[in-house]
Design a protein around this ligand. Sequence first.
Ligand code: ZN
Length: 249
Amino acid sequence: MRYLILSDIHANQTAFEAVLKAADGRWEKCICLGDIVGYGPDPNESTERVRALEPVAVVRGNHDKACAGVTDASDFNPVARFAATWTHEQLTPDNLSYLRELPIGPARVEDFQIVHGSVIDEDQYVFRPVEARTSLERAEVWLTFFGHTHFQGGFVLRANGKIDMVRLSLPAGPASAKLPLAKNIKYMINPGSIGQPRDGDPRAGFAFYDDDKRVLEYIRVPYDIAATQERMKQAGLPKPLGDRLALGR
Ligand code: ZN
């Protein structure tokens, strides 16, 4: 089975459409790791697009919770909180209830699982091996997909107990990197963020996973960042949220 792994779309429909175009014909089942909305100008479009893809598994992100009113966004910075309130006001009742009812991770798919933050806490950021270790050791399955950090890559727990980071440096333009997955090793894999990358690469990030070949493929695709920034401006969303899209930080 070929899976399309989506994460942190953040209501950036221009980036999301570029990803779906690049992925066209290359996947059979879709998985979504949360943060469908928040920050970006297209909350209804992105929510409806995800729903139309009929993901076999989806978990909620902290922004989905805040924008749907499940949490009050009091732990968000002022810019993120402003965007969450704006998003809440834009969402149709139908999309609001879809987001409100998104399940908490982990969610199991075949022999792997998906989470938004970490295996132990849906809101935990896993940036470093020390944070990854707890999740990897607690994981009951060999492969976990996670998002939340907006960093494409992940972590590998070797048989000797050592944790390695998956580091990527993809060439310009549409680019991909394959990672064959070994047996008897545990992985935490982040496909990257579609709508607001923070790993220094402004291109939309996502991944494919082929469970027959046991191969993961990381992808980056350029998109029209200026078009998203213009819609954010028209919507009155805070300027720093648009500026950071061009930086990928
Ligand atoms: Zn996010």
